[in-house]
Ligand binder design. Structure first.
Ligand SMILES: *Cc1c(COP(=O)(O)O)cnc(C)c1O
Length: 218
């Protein structure tokens, strides 16, 4: 069931768009079912749940941390996380770099931008990132790969508004390409169950889909 939901969804995605199956709140067994046709990218938004599932499930899974990440919890996911989507401060970046170094690896990160009007959503502004570029921060952090950008649109039924926010995120991505290694900096993570098609039409290269695959959450 879950595996065929993933297959059907993947058929609708253009080749350049990757799918992160968001398994938060769902049991490990459902992830095993979801993997049966070969899907390996899963997303979680809580560190404890991510660690528990990492320990319980096959080590071939590529784990995406998609939620807000507190600095004091980076150490728990640093040994194994595949991509951290919600990097939203210089201090968090420095901590990820420090923990990655301890584990002698590079950790893939996306810069989260604040594109929604709600002030509950986290993220940088483009000016903050430009300042960090000018301070040479990203060259200094040798254990972090900056792989692109991530954003969450406002929770609204106004698709014009969501579209504007997605277009803004894609424009930030384009304005930053020249500052990063373009072989690595190539991900625009935007779009969820309700808006992934719109996100793709606005330039998304990675969609994070939960309820449309696993069913509604409580
Ligand atoms: C929960 C979540 C998703 C998936 O949401 P659905 O609407 O269930 O597809 C995507 N991104 C983030 C950051 C999330 O927290």
């Amino acid at each position: 069931m879950i595996a065929s939901n993933i297959d059907n969804l993947k058929k609708k995605l253009p080749d350049h768009v990757d799918l992160v199956a968001v398994s938060k709140t769902k049991p490990a067994q459902m992830i095993l079912d979801a993997m049966s046709n070969g899907h390996l990218d899963f997303g979680e938004n809580k560190v404890q749940e991510l660690v528990n599932k990492y320990e319980a499930l096959p080590k071939t899974i590529k784990w995406h941390m998609i939620g807000h990440l507190q600095r004091n919890k980076v150490k728990y996911i640093a040994p194994f996380v595949h991509l951290i989507h919600g990097v939203d401060s210089e201090r968090l970046l420095r901590e990820i770099n420090k923990q990655a170094k301890k584990h002698e690896r590079k950790i893939n990160c996306l810069l989260q931008f604040h594109i929604a009007t709600e002030n509950t959503k986290f993220g940088f502004s483009i000016d903050e990132i430009k300042t960090l570029i000018n301070q040479n921060l990203f060259n200094e952090l040798q254990h972090v790969n900056i792989c692109g950008v991530m954003g969450m649109a406002t929770f609204t039924s106004d698709t014009e508004k969501i579209k504007e926010e997605f277009i803004a995120l894609n424009s930030y991505f384009k304005s930053l390409i020249t500052h990063f290694d373009k072989n690595i900096f190539n991900i625009v993570s935007m779009g969820m169950s309700g808006d992934y098609q719109l996100a793709i039409s606005c330039g998304s290269t990675m969609v994070r889909v939960g309820s449309a695959i696993f069913g509604e959450r409580n």
